[in-house]
Design a binder for this molecule. Structure first.
Ligand code: NAD
Ligand code: ZN
Length: 355
């Protein structure tokens, strides 16, 4: 199952399926016959689980391993600096290759290390979360600054994405929900029949059939990469990928990062954006059907009770889509047809009170 992602500068393959990790050494040999050293960057959780599956495949290469803290703690200046120090001390050079083994946090960090080490060396994404179907394509790599998430980064494409669904079996339920919310998002902004397929086929996230997982990860990646291909530098339609994120990010930030996963917050944001879409953009859609489905999947569907609407609105105004302190949100005219819409504080306050 190979899918090709094209960007203006480069196209690269995305392999998705059970056991595709076996392709890793073949791919490296074909593509990078001259590779000197390989640096695997992974986090403590994923390293513990899957390094033992990967290392035997790389026995013909010189491999170095850097383990970073799990989750968002990986995306700091300190850890970034430690990775560069380790790469220099391990004598990596411009023919070396970085493997990012983990979720979006490891992918973002490793990609930024790869983009900047000696002005850029190749890297391969080996995603281990559902959310990483979103983060591993699109070419954005970044670390965080105390002043803001993902504020220091680059656009940098991997050589390949090797997405072995066997690695997803150990994913905790709330991380499954986080990633699956972005799959739902991709369906809503682009493809009604994909949405209906998801709703008919996925009735639990505890166990997901492998063929269904492959199908929805593949379709999610197709949708994301098509949008990004049209707008690599985020001048226009890439903003549609922010559906659900205006309120979602505000909830995430207000709760304190890590209290609720990214996708779970975005799901609440999508429900809010759908309410506004019915009212302001003429959307006709069975929101209740969606609501019942996602509640069955274990999602929270309301803004957590203790959050202040004033503070959420302040956060929403700070969103990167906003211009001149007005709140801009992605709405849907219909499923698959997003638009950008501007709101006043008062309108958002009224809608939050009715949500
Ligand atoms: P993550 O890498 O933090 O993974 C979430 C948690 O799951 C971590 O604790 C991790 O150790 C654990 N984990 C990962 N794989 C596992 C597995 N197979 N089994 C058990 N546990 C596992 O984060 P994520 O949710 O994958 O991604 C979130 C990050 O992605 C954020 O930093 C976000 O900013 C970034 N992101 C980037 C883009 C982009 O375009 N670059 C897009 C969306 C999100
Ligand atoms: Zn997101």
């Amino acid at each position: 199952n190979e899918h090709i992602v094209k960007t203006s500068l480069k196209s690269y393959p995305v392999y998705i399926g059970e056991g595709v990790i076996q392709q890793l050494p073949v791919f490296i040999k074909e593509k990078r016959a001259s590779v000197t050293k390989i640096l695997i960057i992974t986090d403590e959780t994923v390293g513990e689980l899957y390094l033992s599956a990967i290392l035997p495949l790389l026995s013909n290469f010189h491999v170095e391993i850097m383990k970073v803290p799990s989750g968002e703690k990986a995306k700091t200046f300190e850890i970034y600096y430690d990775c560069l120090t380790f790469a220099l001390q391990s004598k990596l050079d411009r023919h070396s290759l970085i493997l990012a083994l983990g979720g979006g946090a490891v992918g973002d960090l490793s990609g930024f290390v790869a983009a900047t080490f000696m002005r850029g060396i190749p890297f391969i994404q080996i995603p281990t979360t559902i959310l990483a179907h979103d983060s591993a394509v699109g070419g954005k790599v970044a670390i965080n600054h105390p002043e803001g998430k993902n504020m220091i980064g680059a656009f940098y494409q991997p050589e390949a994405v090797i997405y072995d669904t066997n690695f997803l079996n150990s994913l905790p339920l709330h991380e499954r929900r986080s990633g699956f919310a972005e799959v739902i998002k991709h369906s809503l902004i682009e493809d009604l029949s994909f949405y209906q397929w998801l709703k008919n086929h996925i009735s639990s996230l505890d166990t997901i059939r492998n063929d269904e997982m492959v199908d929805f990860l593949t379709r999610g990646i197709e949708i994301k990469s098509a949008i990004v291909a049209e707008d690599e530098r985020e001048a226009g339609i890439r903003a549609y990928l922010n559906f659900g994120h205006t309120l979602g990010h505000a909830i995430e930030a207000e709760m304190g990062y890590g209290k609720m996963t990214h996708g779970e917050a975005v799901l609440i944001g999508m429900l809010f954006a759908l309410q506004l879409s019915e009212k302001y953009a003429g959307l006709e859609f069975d929101i209740n059907g969606l609501l019942e489905w996602v509640q069955k999947l274990g999602y929270q569907t309301e803004v957590p009770g203790d959050l202040s609407y004033d503070r959420l609105i302040e956060r929403m105004k700070g969103d990167k889509k906003s211009v001149g302190q007005q709140i801009k949100m992605v709405l849907l005219n219909e499923i698959g047809s997003p638009i950008l819409y501007t709101f006043s504080d008062e309108e958002i306050m009224r809608e939050l009170n009715q949500f």
